[in-house]
Design a protein around this ligand. Structure first.
Ligand SMILES: Cc1cc2nc3c(=O)[nH]c(=O)nc-3n(C[C@H](O)[C@H](O)[C@H](O)COP(=O)(O)OP(=O)(O)OC[C@H]3O[C@@H](n4cnc5c(N)ncnc54)[C@H](O)[C@@H]3O)c2cc1C
Length: 433
């Protein structure tokens, strides 16, 4: 392959984060007794829910089809924002201005929740409270950002500093952008260390975790759920679905509402410290203003660049996506033109038709899903909320309870419209809109 020279000799097709954090230990067999709660999915949603139910005295079992934390929660970009995607104007048309504002404020609440939770629990996960630089990929995008942050909505204010192009080298070692905005509340963490610490807390609260145990179906018998898995059946009074972009045929109603879209990442080989310092002078996380966004940051030890985005029309594998991502990264940072890639990986994020996360109950089973690519804060927050709902704590209520969770005709879980959509967004990004 022509691009082979760009890979290090020990190139891995696994998340860079996994080098430092091995798969958490887990049980291999199912309990035989009836449980209070079974949680399907062992990412942030499932674990934060399980921490609540186990601490609330409920016998809790967390299942995963793969290793514990195998989904997005141990392989993401480690960029914490908590923003919900829809605008206040769009949401107000659907829900009225009051509920729309309260829904969007849940984004801020999720960010605050996560910051406090990490501090109160003493979670060690390489938190970097240095803010985010949002880079404008066109002059029009810089103007739009400046306008948006100059006239912030009451109740949704963010502490933001605009940085014009002439000064952007103080934020990023690139001339490819047209300035940007520093959003001070956003921050970075090590996603797999955060996940690992959640596992420890779920376990010490009394929850059991069983890995490599795909759920294949769920049946309701009276007021008990029978959860069928590859390892046998288990019974529970409550079920929480926390399967994100990996929601499969065993959950057909949820599958019709989640759009799995691959997001791809690379890690570079170790770079000279001076190069990383030039590119990330303030150690901020970075995203840009493209629809097909590039997101990147320095590794916590500041020796590598971790770079992510969507570079193919259709889903592909890391051997194909890594050279494409590397090309995009080098366009932004020509000073690392000969850099090699040490890790390349991908994961499925869970988009929804209204670009909002959803929490609710269907057929008597609780769910929290649909983080649309930014779920570190929202999955943790809605996981906590859904756990509280199950134990009957009124703090489990959220304005998101009042939104419906819609699908579209002819959608059954395979996004056949993905390639034309990516094509369209590429075109919009090229125009700088
Ligand atoms: C490459 C990448 C980069 C990202 N970057 C960021 C970022 O920088 N910032 C941010 O906020 N968000 C980011 N995200 C998104 C974020 O990681 C997710 O939104 C979040 O981790 C979702 O957590 P979760 O617990 O809901 O789901 P997941 O962590 O995906 O867990 C779902 C689990 O459910 C299991 N499962 C599914 N079906 C079954 C079944 N039938 N039986 C048993 N188990 C099942 C899966 O095996 C999986 O482990 C990124 C995602 C990816 C893939």
């Amino acid at each position: 392959m022509k691009s082979d020279g760009i890979f290090t000799h020990d190139y891995k097709e696994t998340a860079y984060w996994w080098d430092e954090v091995p798969a958490p230990e887990a049980g291999t067999t199912l309990p035989t007794s009836k449980l209070d709660v079974v949680i399907i999915g062992s990412g942030y949603t499932g674990l934060c829910a399980g921490i609540q139910t186990a601490r609330g005295g409920r016998e809790t079992l967390i299942l995963d089809a793969e290793r514990i934390g195998w989904g997005c929660s141990s392989r993401n970009g480690g960029q914490v924002s908590g923003l919900l995607k829809p605008s206040l104007t769009d949401l107000s048309k659907k829900y009225g201005p009051d509920l729309a504002l309260r829904i969007l404020q849940e984004g801020t609440h999720s960010l605050e929740f996560l910051k406090d939770f990490i501090a109160e629990e003493g979670i060690e996960c390489d938190v970097r409270l240095n803010g985010k630089f949002r880079a404008a990929h066109s002059p029009a995008q810089y103007d739009a950002m400046a306008k948006k942050y100059a006239r912030q909505v009451n109740g949704l204010e963010l502490d933001v500093d605009m940085v014009p192009r002439a000064e952007q080298r103080s934020e990023i070692g690139s001339d490819a952008y047209y300035g940007g905005a520093v959003i001070h509340a956003h921050f970075g963490l090590h996603p797999a260390k955060y996940h690992d610490e959640l596992v420890a807390r779920a376990r010490s609260a009394g929850a059991d975790l069983v890995a490599f145990c795909p759920v294949t179906g769920i049946e309701k018998r009276g007021n008990i759920f029978v959860i069928k898995t590859a390892k046998g059946c288990v019974e529970a009074r409550d079920v929480i679905i926390a399967t994100s972009g990996y929601t499969d045929k065993s959950l057909p109603w949820h599958r019709r509402r989640v759009i799995p879209i691959g997001s791809y990442m690379i890690a570079t080989e170790e770079l000279d410290e001076s190069v990383v310092n030039e590119i990330f002078p303030n150690d901020r996380i970075v995203t840009d203003s493209r629809k097909l966004v590039y997101y990147y940051r320095a590794s916590p030890d500041r020796r590598r660049i971790l770079f992510g985005g969507r570079v193919s029309l259709r889903e592909t594998n890391s051997k194909v996506s890594s050279p494409l991502l590397r090309d995009e990264m080098v366009k932004l940072f020509p000073q690392i033109g000969d850099v090699r890639v040490s890790h390349g990986w991908m994961g499925y994020v869970d988009f929804t038709f209204d670009s909002m996360p959803h929490i609710g109950v269907h057929d008597g089973m609780h769910y929290a899903l649909g983080y649309c690519g930014s779920g570190i804060a929202t999955a943790s927050y809605l996981g906590m909320k859904v756990g509280k709902k199950v134990i009957g704590d009124p703090d489990g209520a959220t304005p998101l309870d009042q939104t419906g969770f819609d699908t579209r005709p002819l959608y059954y879980g395979k996004p056949w419209f993905l390639a034309p959509s990516v094509h369209y967004y590429r075109w919009v990004d090229k125009l700088g809109r």
